[in-house]
Every structure is written in structure tokens, then in C-alpha cells.
Design a binder for this molecule. Structure first.
Ligand SMILES: [Ca+2]
Ligand SMILES: [Ca+2]
Ligand SMILES: [Ca+2]
Ligand SMILES: [Ca+2]
Length: 209
């Protein structure tokens, strides 16, 4: 019989003078079998002001709603699909709630209450090792970048819940990516870290919007 996996939180008791250093350990059931949970994220999924917890597995994302008072709800699955371990949590449709993009190139849009629906992603990449987000073309819509064993692919946000494959960079396996204006020219760039020893990291100015 397999045991359920747990996500553990540490709550430190604080006094008026500051943290006492003594705390409690509480455990919450992630809903996954033993050894399946991969990563944990914090985001206010339902916009009630209380940070919620998302736990990922290889092909699943589960949500533990923060009910206040150190209580979290039983976990519920809010997304499923291959390569769901790493997430980008960002408002992709500009409706003021947190949406989900997975390293598998799937996008799930939040209705504001924690119910997610899959967006349309054209020519979604197979595999997936990393995901990042940023407005790469300067159109004020957040785009999604998906890394794989053969580089990374940009999925441009076309609006109305649609994402289209716009550009790919063929290179070595991508381990992690971040976005930012690394060359200070006013547009967002992608920094992709690879496991290839010669060029372990490089910043590429992809769009000059
Ligand atoms: Ca919340
Ligand atoms: Ca949203
Ligand atoms: Ca954009
Ligand atoms: Ca730039």
C-alpha cells in the first residue's frame, strides 16, 4: 500500500518583540502518492487575499486553498497534462487573476475562483524542461516561453485565450529560463541556462518591439 504524500509548512510563533524562534510543523496532504510531488508554488488563486498553495507532479497540478487560521483545504486537481512540474504563474489574459503555463507548453486560464480552463496553444512543443513568461514583443500581452531538450520556443499571446508558436531557438537542452531586459534596450529578453558546459548560459535579445 502506498502512502499519501505530504506538503509540510512551518508556522513560527511570533511575539510583539518578534519571532520567538519556536514554531509548529503542520502537514497537509498534497493529494499525491508518495514520491510524486515535485514542486510547490504560492499564489492567491481565488483572489481572496490569502496565499494558496499549488503542488505539482509530473503530469498534474493540485491546489490547496488557504482557508485562514493555518487551515488549508483538501487538495483538488486544477490542471493535468504531461510535463507539469514547473509552472509560470502570471496573469496571461489580463483579467487580474493568476493563470498557469506549464513546462509542457499548456496554458490554463483562471476564472477568478480557481477554476481553470485550457487555452488554445498552436503547435505546442513536445517534451518540456522549463517555462517562463514575459511580454517579448511589447504588445502588452504576456507571452510564454517553453524550454526543451533542444532549445526553447516562444508562444506569442494572441489574445482571446490563444497562443501561437512564433519563434524557436535551437540550442542545447534548456534547464531554466528567466526573462528581463538584460541588454537595457527597452524590451524583454530571455536568459536560458543550459547544461552544455561551453555555453552554460546566454542572454538572447529575441524581439525588438
Ligand atoms: Ca486565496
Ligand atoms: Ca488571468
Ligand atoms: Ca506579448
Ligand atoms: Ca532587451
Amino acid at each position: 500500500m502506498r502512502c499519501k504524500g505530504f506538503v509540510a509548512f512551518v508556522a513560527l510563533a511570533a511575539s510583539a518583540q518578534g519571532c520567538s524562534g519556536r514554531g509548529r510543523v503542520r502537514k497537509y496532504d498534497s493529494g499525491y502518492p508518495e514520491n510524486e510531488p515535485r514542486r510547490v508554488y504560492v499564489a492567491d488563486v481565488d483572489r481572496d487575499g490569502k496565499p494558496d498553495v499549488l503542488v505539482t507532479a509530473a503530469a498534474s497540478v493540485r491546489w490547496l486553498r488557504n482557508e485562514g487560521g493555518e487551515r488549508f483545504s483538501a487538495s483538488t486537481e486544477i490542471a493535468s497534462g504531461a510535463h507539469s512540474e514547473e509552472l509560470a504563474l502570471v496573469d496571461l489574459d489580463a483579467d487580474q487573476d493568476v493563470d498557469i503555463a506549464t513546462e509542457g507548453g499548456e496554458v490554463y486560464l483562471n476564472d477568478g475562483a480557481g477554476r481553470f480552463s485550457a487555452a488554445e496553444v498552436a503547435q505546442r512543443a513536445s517534451g518540456g524542461t522549463a517555462v517562463a513568461s514575459g511580454d517579448l514583443d511589447g504588445d502588452q500581452r504576456i507571452d510564454v516561453i517553453v524550454g526543451s531538450s533542444s532549445g526553447f520556443v516562444i508562444f506569442g499571446n494572441a489574445g482571446n485565450g490563444r497562443f501561437e508558436r512564433r519563434q524557436s531557438e535551437s540550442q542545447e537542452k534548456v534547464v531554466q529560463m528567466v526573462t528581463g531586459d538584460f541588454d537595457l534596450d527597452g524590451d524583454q529578453d530571455v536568459l536560458a541556462v543550459s547544461s552544455f558546459p561551453v555555453s552554460s548560459a546566454r542572454a538572447t535579445a529575441l524581439c525588438c518591439g
